[in-house]
Design a protein around this ligand. Sequence first.
Ligand code: ATP
Ligand code: MN
Length: 463
Amino acid sequence: MLKPGDYIRDILRSEPGKSVTARGWIKTRRDSKGVHFLQLSDGSCFRDLQVVIPEGSVADDVLHEATTGASVEVSGELVPSPAAGQRVELQARALTVVGPADAKSYPLQKKGHSFEFLREIAHLRPRTNTFGAVFRVRSALSFAIHSFFHERGFVYVHTPIITASDCEGAGAMFGVTTLDLQNLPRLAEGKVDYARDFFGKPAYLTVSGQLEGEIFALALGNVYTFGPTFRAENSNTPRHLAEFWMIEPEMAFCDLADDMELAEDFLKYVIGYVLDQCGPDLEFFNERIDKSVLATLEHVVTSPFERITYTEAVRLLEQAGKNWEFPVHWGADLQSEHERYLTEEKFRRPVIVTDYPREIKAFYMRMNDDGKTVRAMDVLAPRIGEIIGGSQREERTDVLRERIRAQNLNEDAYWWYLELRKYGSVPHAGFGLGLERMLMYLTGMKNIRDVVPFARTPGSAEF
Ligand code: ATP
Ligand code: MN
């Protein structure tokens, strides 16, 4: 096992003269007269370790197997490197090929494969520069998220992945069943007899942990969930996955203003952490994927977010003099083009839009006194549009019940949600952030399939 100190990340920081053993995979190999060069990666950092093998120092048959894609163990001494951009390189004394690679068929021989092609070889793409960087940033981001909430005394709650309450209302759900689909038990009138299913009723994969999060917020104060979420929406876009990870904090004694402040602090904190910890990875994204990555991130960390109401946003969009693909009028949801105009042209920074018409938002959002808008907030970010969606929740039983009825939802299914308002209700609020959307923002990657280890999208669940 690799231990701190053995990682190539650590080796590259060591002084010349030190004896080290590196283990990893050969990214490229170059042979010149009297000397062989290996670029060795163990995934611990963006940089590869250059291994120099003078002719004759390693047996020919071993050297023969040390091809691109092979895994090796190399021992030797660090020497100052004449090559640009690296302090040290490894002068090999001993080389072992741990696992050879079939050199003829190894798909990552040449540089410059398309992301589409790399998706088809998702078992090998983590070995590329781009995907190594993506998944190191993903890990650092996840850690930053936990650390942000931990520092503020939030309790991490594991909300269920399987849910039998069809009441989350955030999108189409995947069913979970053990019934034999070829031979379904049926009731007299022909409907499926779910009483004979595993849970005795229809069950689904969760689309959000929010409602259960509220239960815990009304007991533990400040909580958050961070886990997988599933949506069976057939939207084949570069921004939607059928399985993605979501972060959902929920706070008791909290109104929309507090909620927005937390969302802004949160985004600044996690971006700051990744800027701090993943410098070389982000520099790569900035150079090779999107030239605006670093500038936008640094800008977001230092500038206050704009706050406007939905009604103001609609007025600004109407006055913009643009030929919108989706016409703007009060009551219509904001589309990507509108969100990008506000963040990229009008304000040139993240914008929090609040107080949306009740018709286009979920039933649980707190009704404003105007009777037309609800205490919702969306955080819009330059380049990608909506990144966070949140709201203050309706804490008044009568108003909530009315909203459930008005949206033709089954009141009985919400019995426990309504009871939370009956026993010690408090103003509370929260928001949801899609981990992969955030990662797209951090890396500049254009397709959400390229920031998740294994993408689940309509028609595709390989690996
Ligand atoms: P969109 O309008 O982009 O479909 P939404 O309004 O359905 O988003 P919410 O229900 O508010 O999104 O979910 C909270 C967050 O989860 C979103 O802000 C977004 O970051 C993320 N998200 C939603 N759907 C998906 C998806 N299919 N794949 C990846 N992330 C998603
Ligand atoms: Mn959606």
